[in-house]
Design a protein around this ligand. Sequence first.
Ligand code: NAD
Ligand code: TYD
Length: 351
Amino acid sequence: MNGRNILVTGGAGFIGSHVVRRFVQNYPDDNIINGDALTYAGNLENLRDIEGASNYIFERLNITDSEAVRLLFIKHKITHVIHLAAESHVDRSIEGPMEFVMSNVVGTVNLLNAAKEFWTSGEHVFHHVSTDEVYGSLGNEGLFTEETSYDPRSPYSASKASSDHFVRAYYHTYGLPVKISNCSNNYGSHHFPEKLIPLMIHNILNKKPLPVYGKGDNIRDWLWVEDHASAIDTIFTNGSVGEAYNVGGLNEWTNIELVRFLCRLMDEKLGRSKGESEQLITYVADRAGHDKRYAIDATKLEKELGWKPSITFEEGLSKTVDWYLENSDWVEQVTSGSYKDYYSQMYGDRK
Ligand code: NAD
Ligand code: TYD
């Protein structure tokens, strides 16, 4: 095959698996190499439906191992990178920042070094997938634009901000053809139940307490994961080298409104009485350094590249809940074993 050899790092994770599936299906003439360490967040079950595709290859790769990264570039003659591999959960970063430094900062620099070493001529793209959390926390007004100064406040966002800076530095210093996207909170199928939406779906289903941090008045902008994958495709394909693009859903919710909405939606789907699941809501101790509000201005992406979210939050959440109800085996698999220890450590005595 003479197409591009596209390395998707973190392709077995939540967003990565949607990106891999999209690229395998949309670009049959390219090879899609999924390089993933399979941490607790990586799961090959996420890609069962496409694992037999002739243009798909899985390689177990830990990006903190610089030699392994080099060898993978050589073995598959990597021409393009879409970099998603990362430790991604803020609460875990508060408990142990060093893994975030290793995977998110050192791992990113290892990939940049390999690209710099091997991409000496020809067409290449290094697309770095990042978060809006690098911009810090907003008050009641305003939106993050691409010009907003970086002001990360959690170990997770500090590690992602650092990786963004390295990616830009390799563009300015070595001319590496990079693109960066900074996206708001994603939701959708195959989302590990440590993050707000899948955790609440899982607990509502099992009639367990719904732990809302603080007063529940923190605000997030939510985007359907398939729409994030389409934005990545758009930026990877048509975005300008050296540029960053914000990706968001213009869809702000306080956590408590969102949890209440999910409760109503699931009561309906599960045939429960009105208001039943809302009784599970339990206010618990706030997250340390909890960012108040994230909200994205995605005008640049819409105006320059014509991207827009494809569905409403209500449609996306309904699809997402249906997926969890229909895939209890997946949920069972990811919540057995170490998830139980994580859950009791994080929520056990959180009053
Ligand atoms: P995730 O935690 O679900 O998946 C991360 C994947 O990376 C897993 O498959 C894991 O095995 C892999 N991984 C972790 N460390 C690795 C290492 N050292 N080497 C190789 N693979 C490793 O994360 P996600 O939510 O899918 O996020 C993917 C990317 O998108 C991250 O870079 C994250 O910062 C970014 N992002 C996420 C969101 C969101 O709402 N989830 C929003 C914006 C940006
Ligand atoms: P999360 O899904 O962890 O994403 P992020 O912190 O990266 O935005 O959390 C989303 C919001 O939900 C955030 O304000 C913290 C809050 N939250 C809870 O109230 N309870 C929970 O159990 C979790 C996981 C999050």
